[in-house]
Design a protein around this ligand. Structure first.
Ligand SMILES: Cc1cc2nc3c(=O)[nH]c(=O)nc-3n(C[C@H](O)[C@H](O)[C@H](O)COP(=O)(O)O)c2cc1C
Length: 320
């Protein structure tokens, strides 16, 4: 047993490492492909007593904005069949507190922390990227383009390839860090958006963010979420996410990070076989905070059982 009651795990005989930013000068090397999904694992500091989170590939922190935000009115979480609707509204401590309070903790960790950033204008993203550049403890940015663009009538940045490319290019210019762009499923052609952001300088893409949805309380005769609509996540969205990862992996030549309803190693392996180089575990962590580690251990067991030495041998094997 290690200090804090964490059990040790024997060295894996299989090579799970993955380079998420092969075109970037410093790169973003993960010892394994399991990441946490933004907004579902806080700042990585909250669950560090439950298991050794540094065994994971990377932590992606809560969505971060220029100013602190209280988020949307309650209720903000509603369970649905096989899924979760949320309308958290990007509640977060803001970039100044993140740099002061969280980054110094991350600087002592051996795993990379990727900061998820969100804004209402292209300038918000540019400023955030500039503020986070060169901060010790931060290894990359994940640009959440599912946010409404307040200068263009509130449509999501990521719904439109040109706008998505504009945000990506602006962030690329403002930072020397590896840049992942997190795609929204709320668009008619996600592969086109992926190609546009790859062209604009993204080092990798992650997908999917939540699907727009709602639920109604028939007794009260009103929407269940305080802000009426929200984002659907969890097992209900897995087939949609998997399909989109398959489509995007066929359209870009940068690494793809799969996300959406992953709760088991089997789920994760489906995404990897569809073309994802890494995966993120989100909603599953609410029911089982150890889910990311369980997924990692299950991937290792699968590879050992199947006699696969390198994870890269599995990436995209189910593509036709
Ligand atoms: C409560 C909650 C908060 C989230 N917050 C963010 C966020 O701040 N930024 C972001 O890019 N995605 C956010 N997401 C989306 C997740 O990172 C993930 O893309 C999505 O939930 C699908 O994965 P899952 O089905 O494994 O949860 C959030 C999801 C949930 C459920």
């Amino acid at each position: 047993m290690l200090a804090c009651g964490l059990t040790s795990r024997k060295e894996s005989p299989v090579n799970l490492s993955i380079q998420l930013a092969p075109k970037h000068p410093q790169g973003l090397l993960l010892t394994n492909p399991v990441m946490t999904a933004s907004g579902t694992f806080g700042y990585g500091t909250e669950d560090s007593h439950l298991f050794d989170i540094q065994k994971l590939g990377a932590i992606v922190c809560k969505g971060t904005t220029l100013e602190p935000r209280d988020g949307n009115p309650q209720p903000r979480l509603v369970e649905t069949a096989g899924g979760l609707l949320n309308s958290i509204g990007l509640e977060n401590i803001g970039v100044t507190a993140l740099i002061k309070e969280k980054a110094p903790i991350w600087a002592g960790w051996r795993i990379p922390v990727v900061v998820n950033i969100a804004g209402e204008t292209v300038d918000d993203y540019t400023q955030l990227a500039g503020r986070l550049d060169g901060v010790a403890g931060i290894s990359g940015l994940e640009v959440n383009i599912s946010c409404p663009n307040m200068k263009a009538g509130g449509a999501e940045f990521g719904a439109n390839p040109d706008l998505a490319a504009e945000v990506t290019a602006a962030v690329r210019k403002a930072t020397s860090l590896p840049v992942l762009v997190k795609l929204t499923p709320n668009t008619s052609d996600i592969a086109r958006v992926a190609s546009a952001v790859a062209e604009a300088g993204a080092d990798a893409v992650s997908l999917i963010n939540t699907l727009k949805g709602m639920a109604i309380d028939i007794t009260e005769r009103k929407p269940r979420l305080g802000s009426i609509t929200g984002g659907l996540s969890g097992p209900a969205i897995k087939p949609v996410a998997l399909y989109m990862v398959y489509e995007v992996a066929g359209a870009v030549d940068i690494p793809v990070v799969g996300c959406g309803g992953i709760a088991t190693a089997g789920d994760a392996l489906e995404f990897i076989m569809a073309g994802a180089s890494a995966i993120q575990v989100g909603t599953a962590s609410f029911a089982n905070p150890r889910a990311p580690l369980d997924v990692l251990e299950g991937i290792e067991q699968f590879m050992e059982k199947e006699g696969i030495n390198n994870l890269s041998e599995l990436v995209g094997v189910a593509r036709y």
